[in-house]
Design a protein. Structure first.
Length: 104
């Protein structure tokens, strides 16, 4: 698939990483902020837009939830893990090439 090699946005990459453990929306926002050392802070609109896109791609799935609960939890799927792993490889290549040029 041609889209498999496209770079992920930093927010999407961190959302995928955060969902290796099932989380609800606010938990995702907290985990992304923690993983990025406070550098990436997701607004609710950004998060839920990204979650919708990731659900459409099949990279995450919504877990069944109690009818009286307002918190919907999500988790990463096998194809989402593949996307995260591909992004990690891409980032490692960027760093390797940068070190090669900058540090000789």
């Amino acid at each position: 698939m041609p889209n498999e090699n496209l770079a992920l946005t930093e927010a999407v990459y961190y959302i995928l990483l955060s969902l290796y453990t099932p989380l609800h929306g606010y938990g995702i926002m907290q985990k992304v902020e923690a993983l990025s050392g406070g550098r990436v802070r997701l607004a609710a609109g950004t998060l839920y837009g990204a979650l919708g896109t990731l659900l459409e791609k099949g990279w995450i799935r919504a877990l069944p939830f109690e009818e009286d609960s307002r918190k919907k939890e999500y988790e990463i799927t096998a194809s989402g893990k593949t996307a995260a792993e591909n992004e990690l490889k891409r980032l490692e290549e960027l760093v390797k090439n940068g070190e090669s040029v900058i540090r000789g």
